[in-house]
Design a protein. Sequence first.
Length: 703
Amino acid sequence: RPSRTGPAGYNKKNYVLSKACNRTMRMGLCHCQLGQLVEGIVSFTAARKLRPDSLELLVNLGCAWREQGDHGQALRCFERAAKLKPDAPQPHNDCGMMHAALGDMNAALGCYDKAVQLAPGFAQAHYNKGNAFAALGQLPQALASYEQALTLAPGLAQAWRNRGNVLSTMNRFADALASYDKVADYFVNDAELHFARATLLEKLGRPADLPAILEQAASVHPGNAATLTGIANLAQRVHLFEAASSCYARALALDPSLDYVGGMQLLVARGMCDWRQHPQDIDDLIGRMRQGQPVIQPWVLTLTHDDQVDQLQCARQLIERTFPASEQPLWQGERYQHERIRVAYLSADFFEHATMYLMAGVFERHDRSRFEFIALSYGPQSNDSMRRRAELAFERFIDVQHQTDNEIARLMREMEIDIAIDLKGHTADSRFGILARRPAPLQLTYLGYPGTSGAPYIDYVLADRQVIPAGDRQYFSEQIAYLPHCYQPNDAQRPAPFDVGTAADYGLPEGAFVFCCFNNNVKINPEMFAIWMRLLLAVEGSVLWLLQNTGPAAENLRSSARAAGVNPDRLVFAPRVAFIDHMARYPHAHLFLDTLPYNAHTTASDALWMGLPVLTCTGRSFAGRVGASLLQALDMPELVTADMAAYEALAVALAQDRQRLSALRGKIAHNRTRAPLFDTARSTRALESAYLHMWQRTQAGLA
């Protein structure tokens, strides 16, 4: 039996206080577990009055303040805890987290360093150091901290994820993807992670792996409109139009003010040939664009609407909002004195792409005695035949895909580029941010986009008088540099297939008259399709051969044919195949039907190269006049019509007069080796003459 004074060290008052303190602290913990943070803070504060020297109480009170969102109060609690027990690593780590939450990353790093000094195996503190370094932009240090954390705790999922973020920012895409893949199953319901993985797959040139991951990302229901938009953009690029449409709709439901999402939603509807809301959607987007709202991108507008006033306004709005001219241009008016004029082509398309199919011969024929030609490639790496031709054609082929716009611009300034030529314009993967920094005295846009850039730092657009008549100069922010004949070059060495097979090999009926249009489905609109259906009704035994982008597009086109009184079986769809296999199709068609308001461009040249007559109608803007430009340069003006009524009448007349059509084929074959269209050397000399003239004006200080 203990004595009345209790065992040695026993103090009745302290014992009672300790029991009361513990009871009050337990009440605080219960409140916090129930989400009653205010009540929890009151209980912890009351308990601290009983035991002000309790480390556990200080930590619990700090955590409650942190959950409440008062990081200042939480920091004060954790600092008292660290002073109370300076050799305990956790309070120092907690202090660092609160400094980070308050935006003071340097103070946070000091606390984390103290924590890992006390406990070198403290994985969470190493991870937190990585977060602080990443926030400061010190990526190598962040990477080292994450890797130290993962060495200590390989199951730390968020560290793998953040490591992937850092590696992606450092343009180490393969390593970043491997880091994300480590925890893909852990974050199975995280759309942002799947979107990041899909983005890396695209950058790594692995499109075959994209659909599964994008569908996984789209199936998750995040409340983040930006993530949904990113998923939709990637899905659109790989022709997963149904997933893209769903994600765009969900993103707009979350945030109706999202930039350019309405236009992208219209684009995917066009890709599926879903025209149910077509006129209303276009009118709505144009009306909002005219009010200054960023709702539709220039190339989507050009695809659907040919008013050049609107096209110029749309381009200027995007440039001013997204790629404004730098207030500190890199080129300050210097006059370079080089033995040869330095010309840099900027593109993402130095591989098997329409731009390379047109430009490869020009690159190879450039005059190296007068010019020094440099390629700046910011697209994916590739090992195809067109990439190899490009790498051999240039004196310097520089892969800059992992560099920022500012880094590329500074590289150009250091190289003293005389003339910079953007081959993308307002198309996918364009990077106007490079030329916005004005790295070169002369900056041009050419070939990739049939319209104005709207950018004050682009000096010229290269065109011809067919696509931009003199009266249309007012619709371009650039000066017009006119090329003779046709603005579009062609590669006279483009391949022709050895074996074209038979009509039956492509699913074409024996003896049928074959109208064809191998334009991207997005160029087809209901007005154009209605004309084509009337042609099928007028020409007995005819079929319409179309490119198939997606399953939904084919089904919607068949439904539209049925509604027009045409048997859907008269539509034949060509799946996407390798370029040489696609070229083998053209000899089995009889007449190529062009589209408006956006003509066939490279596709029209492909058809003419293979001897197929292309029937076009001259539109009201650059994009709708390319067919006429190509045919004039091939000396085939009889295939150019002035309006849609003439287009329809001529199509019927040619389909019913096989002898006349045969004569046109013969004329195309004869002109192919004589007319300017496929004369690559002539096109190259014309380009170089334009470059020289512009450079001489700049050297003389002229506008």
